[in-house]
Write a protein that binds this ligand. Sequence first.
Ligand SMILES: [Zn+2]
Length: 409
Amino acid sequence: MTMFDFISDTPSNSTAVRHKRNHLKKKIVHRMNSSGPQTIPLLSRELKISMPSVDRLIKELIADAFVEDMGEGPSEGGRKPHQYKIKSRACYSLCLDISISDVRMALIDFNNEIHHPIKTHIKKLEDNQAYAEWLVSIIELFILESAVPFSKISGISVALPGLIDPDKKISRSYFTELEPNLWDFLHNKLNKDVLIDNDARLMTRGEHVFGLAAGKNDVLCINVGAGLGMGMILNGQLYRGNTGSAAEFGHTKGTNSLIPCYCGQEGCLETIVSGPAMEKSAMEILSTEDVSVIQKTTAAGNKNFYEGILEFAQQGHASCKKIIQDTGHELGLGISTLIILLNPEMIIIGGCFAGTGDLIINPIKQAMHSIPVQKFAEGTEIVTSQLGHQAVLLGAHVSLIQHLFKDVM
Ligand SMILES: [Zn+2]
C-alpha cells in the first residue's frame, strides 16, 4: 500500500472499520504536514482521539514507512514524549509552473520539502495540442530521471498564466481548444489527479503558507516574469472574485502606453512591466555587444534574456539598472492605486524580482512619492519575495494537499 492509497480511501472502496482507521491516520498525517512533528499526547489532545488509539495508529504508520520516530522531544511536564513526523520522500506532489516563456517542475514531499533539483525548460508557451503533448513527455522524463516511483506521486498541480476557473476546469487564456480540457487531457495521459490554477494565485498561496505573508491577513503578491500577475489575501483568505478572474493587475491600464496586449486591449500595465517589456527596452538602449554578452550568459545558464538583464543590473551595469528603475517606476504607479483601493499590510514582489531588494523597491517607492499616496501607504510594507520561483511551486503543492485532505480539514 502507498500513502496515497489510504489518503484516497473512500467509504465505497473500503470496509467500514478500515475506512475509519484510514480516516484517523489521514488526520494524523495532515496534522504533521501542516504543523510539523507531533507527539502522541499532542495528537490525542488536538484530534480528540484516545492516547492508546493514537499510539496504535502511529505504530501502523511507522510499519508502513509513512511516519518516522524522531526520538524524544521537549518535555511537556513529565517524561519526554517521542516526536513523530512524516517520513521523508514517502509521498510527493508533482508541481508545474508553466509561464509564457518557460516551465519549471518540482517534486515536493509531504514534509513540504523539495528533494530533487527543480527542472527548468526554456520554451515559449504554445496554445495547441502539440505543446500539451510535449508537457506530458517532459513530466514523464522528469519522473524517470528523479527515480521516484510513480506510485509515490499523489497528484499533479499546475500553475498556468491567464484567466482560470479551477472549479469548472476552464482556462480562458490558454489551451482553450484542447478537448475536453487541459485537466482531463493530463489526467488521461498520466493517470493522476490534476489541479490547475492561476500562477500568481498559487504564488500567493505559497507566500501565505511558507513565505513572508505567513500569519498576515491582507497581502498582495505581485508576480513579474513573462507576464505580470497578482494574487490577493484579503481577511486571511485567498480572494478569487466572482468567476476566478480577480486581481488581473497586469491588464489594468499602464501610464503612457499604447502597446497592444495579447488580451486584446492596448496599454495594459503588463506591456510595460514584465520580462518581455524589459527585453524590448534592452533592445532599444543597450549596445549590440552588451545584448550579445547577456544572451550568451542566459543561454549558458538556461535562463530567460530578461533574467540576464536583472543579473547585469545587480552587478552594476548602468543601462540595465536604468531598465529596472523605469520598470520599478511604472510598477510603483500601479501599486499606488492598489494601496489606495485595498490598504494592504504587505506587498510582496516576486517572480524575477524576488531577492533583488532595493534595486526594485527603491524606484517603486520613489514613484509613490511623486503622487499623494503616502498617507494611504503608511503601514504597508513593500518587500521582495524570499521564496523566489519556489513560491509558485510550493503554492501548487499546498493546493494539492488541501484537495487531498479536504475531508479532514
Ligand atoms: Zn492585457
